[in-house]
Ligand binder design. Structure first.
Ligand code: PLP
Length: 386
């Protein structure tokens, strides 16, 4: 019996990919071992985050970085940093943003469920652009001038969700925002691989970038990265750390927190509720090192072999491989929604990517599949679609 069976919880076969609802992925043995080792000693959390900052700065090209409890936590902390700066009074008052810059500009077509984490800092989201592309005849989305037009003395940040087709290009958004001294916070939660995207957004001028640690990086499920400008990262970590200490005793690492720039120590900040543990910080750093060392091509070959092995087991069902950095198996079925339901309710339960189920298409994502589960998954797929 395993740890989940002991709890009466059924382990699933995760063919959906590293989604939070299905518990992300699984840990490489060296990541799990590093987390277990981290749990055997105690450290000062600020010192550990300062060590993380050096590693994250090197990996991303940013001035500084911290490990967060997820990309959504990074969005909250990043927004809070843009609003409060290094003012402990403002940090203490959040999410009450009266008298502060309390508007964040977003492109309307980029609004998504995670922007609740931005609003949680106490800001109002100002939408720009009309995503006319969805009309069929339309070709336009937001444009740079519309972002410029929306910037006022209340604008704390422009938040940009980095996806392949995002328009306008980040370069243009950065040019417009920086022209008015407004920082740009990029949500790059799911933009890995390619590993080169760890450096891409900072190189394009983003002031803050949030990544998920529990997705492709292979870190602990509740982990993430926020990297960017030193002053903003200092504000973010101040609003995340536990600050139950007297000013005179407080000696934070100067590379992460420059005490001389503060008039005093704020109480626990708005991000204290997204606390990140030492095991998570260590696990994320080891996973990130592994992710970078492995490389996109080696990963692709492993994923490709998994979908090929599955495709060979499909029997009469119609499957095809969609190539990419993460090759996927695409299966046509008569009723996609019914097939998803049968897969998830059988034994063992199987979760696939349901985003095209309504069109009669099941997508198999190999990232979170264990090799020892492939034959069982093949059998379950044949039962349902074969
Ligand atoms: C997954 C995701 C998030 C949230 O990431 P967590 O690490 O789960 O907090 C935020 N934004 C986008 C675009 C995502 O895909």
């Amino acid at each position: 019996m395993g740890i989940y069976e002991d709890l009466g919880v059924r382990p699933i076969i995760n063919a959906k990919g590293p989604s939070t609802r299905v518990s992300g992925g699984f840990l490489a043995p060296e990541v799990a071992a590093a987390m277990a080792a981290a749990g055997t000693r105690c450290v000062e959390m600020a010192e550990l985050q300062a060590a993380a900052s050096r590693i994250l700065a090197e990996a991303t090209g940013a001035e500084a970085g911290i490990v967060t409890s997820g990309a959504a936590a990074g969005l909250l902390l990043g927004t809070a940093a843009c609003v409060a700066g290094l003012d402990p009074g403002r940090m203490a008052r959040l999410p009450d943003t009266r008298g502060m810059k309390n508007e964040v500009i977003m492109i309307r077509s980029q609004r998504n469920f995670y922007d609740h984490a931005i609003r949680a800092a106490g800001v109002r989201i100002v939408e720009v652009g009309l995503p006319d592309r969805v009309a069929g005849a339309g070709v336009r989305d937001a444009e740079g001038w519309e972002i410029a037009d929306a910037i006022t003395e209340k604008t704390a940040a422009v938040v940009y969700v980095a996806t392949g087709g995002a328009r306008p290009a980040l370069e243009e958004v950065v040019r417009v925002a920086h022209g008015r001294n407004v920082p740009v916070l990029v949500d790059a939660a799911a933009q890995l691989p390619p590993a080169s995207n760890l450096k891409r957004y900072i190189a394009l001028g983003a002031d803050l970038v949030a990544y998920s640690g529990g997705k492709a990086i292979g870190g602990p499920q509740g982990s993430g990265v926020l990297c960017g400008r030193r002053e903003l990262i200092m504000s973010a970590i101040l609003q995340n750390l536990d600050l139950d200490i007297e000013w005179s005793q407080w000696a934070p690492p100067p590379s992460l927190i420059d005490k001389d720039r503060l008039i005093g120590l704020p109480p626990h900040g708005i991000g204290r509720s997204c606390k990140v543990g030492k095991e998570t910080i260590v696990g994320l750093l080891v996973a990130l090192k592994r992710f970078v060392a492995e490389g996109d091509e080696a990963r692709r070959v492993v994923y490709r072999a998994r979908v090929e092995r599955l495709a060979a087991q499909l029997g009469g069902a119609r499957g095809s491989i969609r190539e990419g950095l993460v090759p996927k198996l695409v299966i046509e079925v008569a009723d996609g929604v019914a097939a998803c339901l049968r897969l998830q309710s059988g034994n063992p339960p199987v979760q696939v990517d349901p985003s095209r189920a309504a069109e009669g298409i099941l997508v198999i994502n190999p990232v979170c599949l264990r090799d020892e589960d492939l034959d069982t998954l093949g059998r379950r797929l044949r039962e349902v679609v074969g």
